[in-house]
Write a protein that binds this ligand. Structure first.
Ligand code: NAP
Length: 311
């Protein structure tokens, strides 16, 4: 594993991570490896996750509950599913140190910002964030220190956010290897609806459709999956709780993008029905160029077949 050299001083005094899954444990690995916090404390709702986090030595301290975890913390990062953020914010509110900063990693930002604002007291700074990085795995064993390297982390601070708090969260993500961008929460939700949320919905849908087809057997679907289906199954294996919460909390943007997607799909269906080869060829040429730009930006490998090994 190649990491940048540790920074000279911790960027955060005491860091509390709530939710020790893929993202929470990756933050803890990155922070500890690069010594970005004076001390770390972590907690989770699941007792087996707490035990596993202790075994893995993910934080200096594993707290028994969220109230204990946030006591004396300078920065609290909520790494729980989007639908649980409001409930956790309500529980931690009376235990936060005045002047503490609360951030999160939720994949939806408008609903999260509203939930944090509704529950957190005056004098606590709110700086929501979304690292656009992940895998289809969950839990404390899934994390690794380089997950955020060369990936974007989008901060969506409210307009009246404290600049020092925004700077601390931004510096932390940059030190974990991420490229940081700041944008309005609603704009984030629209961008992510097209780049992440609707693509996941399409993957869940096509894998579901294949599973329900009666004229093609399940074993045939699995046997011939390398024809394209297999790549959808990776996305469709993503955590059900996380993705249920994303769709329920980014309803408007997802429905808007889905409307456009459905219209375009019908246009393609029409082009196929009426033998409009030029229409298909022109679209497939444009989409190829989009993939090339993603590779040029270093967000994907140029290796054939996503870098899979072949004999
Ligand atoms: P994960 O691996 O499933 O971990 C989430 C952890 O939070 C679980 O251990 C869960 O415990 C715990 N939890 C749930 N409710 C809690 C509560 N009320 N109090 C304390 N702990 C609680 O999930 P993840 O992939 O790390 O995702 C966490 C967040 O990151 C989500 O908001 C997601 O939108 C965001 N995110 C994920 C990705 C990704 O690709 N995975 C990428 C970017 C952002 P239980 O298992 O007992 O529920």
């Amino acid at each position: 594993m190649v990491l940048d050299p540790p920074v000279a001083r911790p960027l955060v005094g005491r860091l509390a991570v709530i939710g020790i899954g893929l993202i929470g444990s990756s933050i803890l690995h990155a922070v500890r490896t690069r010594r970005l916090a004076g001390s770390t404390v972590a907690t989770d709702a699941a007792p087996e996750v707490l035990a596993r986090a202790k075994e893995l030595g993910l934080a200096d301290e594993i707290a028994p509950d969220v109230a204990a975890a946030v006591k004396d913390a300078d920065l609290v990062i909520l790494c729980v599913p989007v639908g649980a953020i409001g409930e956790v914010a309500a529980v931690i509110a009376p235990h936060l140190k005045p002047g503490a900063t609360v951030s999160d990693v939720g994949s939806v930002k408008g609903a999260v910002l509203a939930a944090l604002k509704a529950h957190l007291p005056e004098g606590v700074h709110i700086v929501p964030a979304h690292p656009v990085a992940g895998t289809e795995y969950s839990g404390p064993d899934a994390g690794f220190a380089t997950l955020f390297k060369n990936r974007w982390s989008i901060l969506t601070p409210p307009e009246d956010a404290d600049p020092e708090a925004v700077r601390m969260v931004s510096d932390l993500w940059a030190a974990m290897g991420a490229n940081v961008e700041v944008m309005a929460a609603d704009h984030h939700d629209l961008v992510l609806a097209i780049t992440s949320h609707v693509p996941h919905l399409i993957a869940y849908n096509i894998v579901g459709t294949a599973a329900d087809l009666e004229t093609v057997t399940q074993s045939e679907v699995i046997k011939y999956s390398a024809g394209g289906f297999r790549d959808f199954t990776r996305i469709a294996a993503s955590d059900p709780t996380m993705w249920r919460d994303i769709f329920l909390n980014n309803r408007e943007a997802v429905i808007e993008v889905l409307g456009r997607f459905t219209e375009d799909l019908i246009a393609l269906q029409r082009a196929i029905r009426w033998n409009e080869g030029d229409t298909l060829f022109e679209l497939f040429t444009r989409t190829r160029a989009i993939r090339r730009s993603i590779i040029e930006l270093g967000q994907e490998t140029a290796a054939p077949d996503f870098g899979r090994e072949h004999d």
